[in-house]
Design a protein around this ligand. Structure first.
Ligand SMILES: NC(=O)c1ccc[n+]([C@@H]2O[C@H](COP(=O)([O-])OP(=O)(O)OC[C@H]3O[C@@H](n4cnc5c(N)ncnc54)[C@H](O)[C@@H]3O)[C@@H](O)[C@H]2O)c1
Length: 378
């Protein structure tokens, strides 16, 4: 049919194709004392975005130590700002927490150009990323991660998540930040357990991409945790490795996502089986130990390589065995993932630092053998 009375010719009844591309460019700044030195970094971001004001969403645990420095840094930009405390703990990473943050943004008359600045660990980074994605259909945000885990992982990649209906990260969005400010010195106030927890994700990324000899660098600290410049170097190398892995796939749709799942195929179900009593990095450490043992038992990795991985987990006093009481529950959780996906787990097996392979799955016999072998270690 042809319609010509508007001067338009509709000769084709087919679909009209839409191409909606968006390119997000932003910097991850990594520097000791990023906030305590006079710096124009934040002003530059606000100028670039033409942002008139800032809302700081700060984890109450991080606020205790760092809110003063953060507000000084925001004051120096000359922009008005509001502070929204977010109660520490995973419970805030929820629809309830989202409503509270969205309500605060609304009450403070945040506009589409307001910069939301998240300060804290992975919890507040995930919450703020999600809030920034949905408030007024999307506002700019920046992250100032204050835990090792958030600096090397949760704040890197533009991924927000909320727990709901008993499931972790059931809701969420990809929404890339305007900037990420990483000051490794801020992690100095963390309890040691949380530093070790974050270093588990560093070990993971070093096993996938060891371009900067990160794994060997980690092996230099067998008896004490890296601090100061050493920690900053390790955090920088871990972030660079994660960003290299995400570079070709910023929305994590392809196979790279699978590699980053090292330790998670078993770690996630284990974490859930414990009712999230273990920390995320600790669960990933257990997952990596099982994956490394399976890699050896299936001929993918030499025994010496498996021992090198387990040795590093031991050196950082990270758990490297699945507790017997969790064996069945974890397997059930893995089965649930298989059912939800309608396919195999795609278990990532480490061969050597910087060299992993993805196998289809792990069968029950191999799982049991690996779990038992780890349990029998002295
Ligand atoms: N989006 C992602 O890609 C991604 C990746 C990994 C993990 N995560 C998420 O990250 C969360 C875990 O992050 P986390 O381990 O940082 O936990 P967290 O954010 O809960 O912080 C841990 C604890 O440290 C406190 N804290 C934060 N900074 C501090 C500081 N500098 N000094 C003293 N205390 C401080 C907090 O108050 C909290 O009690 C989980 O929700 C997980 O799902 C997200």
């Amino acid at each position: 049919m042809t319609s010509s009375h508007l001067g338009l010719s509709f000769v084709d009844q087919g679909p009209i194709l839409v191409r909606a591309h968006r390119i997000d460019n932003y910097a991850v700044h990594i520097e000791d004392g990023l906030l305590s030195r006079p710096s124009s970094l934040l002003t530059d971001v606000l100028d670039r975005l033409d942002s008139p004001d800032v809302v700081i969403a700060v984890d109450t645990g991080a606020a205790e130590h760092h809110l003063g420095a953060v507000t000084n840094a925001v004051l120096s930009t000359g922009r008005p700002f509001q502070v929204v405390p977010v109660p520490a703990g995973e419970a805030s990473k929820s629809p309830h927490g989202l409503r509270a943050l969205i309500g605060a943004l609304h009450r403070h008359c945040a506009s589409r150009r307001t910069l939301l600045l998240a300060v804290g660990g992975g919890m507040v980074c995930d919450l703020a990323t999600t809030a920034a994605a949905v408030y007024m259909r999307g506002i700019p945000y920046a992250l100032l991660p204050t835990t090792v885990l958030a600096q090397v992982d949760a704040a890197i990649g533009g991924k927000g998540g909320l727990d709901d209906d008993g499931a972790k990260n059931l809701l969420g969005a990809f929404h890339h930040p305007a900037a990420v400010f990483v000051d490794p010195l801020l992690t100095g106030t963390l309890p040691e357990r949380h530093i070790r927890n974050g270093l588990a994700e560093v070990i993971k990324v070093a096993l996938i991409d060891d371009t900067d000899d990160l794994f060997t660098a980690l092996e230099q600290y067998p008896d004490r945790l890296p601090t100061g410049q050493a920690l900053t170097g390790i955090v920088r190398a871990a972030i660079a490795a994660k960003l290299r892995l995400l570079a070709g796939d910023p929305f994590e749709q392809g196979d790279l996502r699978r590699l980053l799942n090292l330790g998670h195929c078993i770690g996630h179900p284990y974490e859930a089986a414990t009712g999230y009593r273990v920390l995320h990095g600790e669960a990933v450490a257990v997952g990596m130990a099982v994956a490394a043992t399976t890699a050896h038992l299936t001929g993918v990795a030499a025994l010496a390589e498996r021992d090198r991985i387990l040795g590093l987990l031991d050196a950082y006093r990270l758990p490297a065995a699945l507790p017997e009481a969790m064996r069945e529950l974890t397997w059930e959780g893995m089965d649930t993932v298989r059912r939800v996906r309608g396919g195999p787990l795609h278990l990532v097996l480490p061969r050597t630092p910087g060299n992993c392979t993805v196998t289809d799955d792990i069968d029950r016999a191999a799982y049991d053998k690996s779990v038992s072998e780890l349990a029998a270690r002295p």
